[in-house]
Design a protein. Structure first.
Length: 126
């Protein structure tokens, strides 16, 4: 028993906490660009920007994130992997500054209520 190797503790993981976001977190020009981008992407049902607090290795910083919901259900990463990559590529091609500043992610359906509560909607097809 005393000779068994001990597992090393895992480093702290990456966490992202949504913060209550006000509309001034992005400029009207950025909102217009995001809205136009989403309108041209048939797979996008809605889009949001949200202030977040990010933590990794005991370091914390603030950021603003861009997230979309899809017209098709998303339960896990495999449900949206190809669409996520396509959207990221097209947003990078059309708006390299926005992708660098905000990134893009596809929300799992279970995450939508938290984003609706904290984020600013920038597009909806509903």
């Amino acid at each position: 028993m005393g000779d068994e190797p001990r597992a090393l503790p895992l480093p702290p993981g990456f966490r992202e906490r949504l913060l209550q976001t006000t509309p001034d977190v992005v400029s009207s020009d950025e909102v217009d660009a995001l809205r136009a981008f989403c309108a041209g992407e048939g797979a996008v049902e809605a889009a949001y920007v949200c202030s977040v607090e990010r933590t990794r290795d005991d370091k914390t910083w603030s950021a603003v994130r861009f997230a979309v919901t899809l017209t098709d259900p998303v339960d896990g990463p495999d449900d949206s992997r190809s669409v996520s990559l396509e959207l990221a590529t097209r947003l990078t091609d059309r708006h390299p500054v926005l992708i660098r500043e905000l990134g893009i992610c596809v929300l799992a359906d279970r995450a939508v209520p938290a984003w609706e509560k904290n984020a600013v909607p920038v597009f909806t097809r509903r």
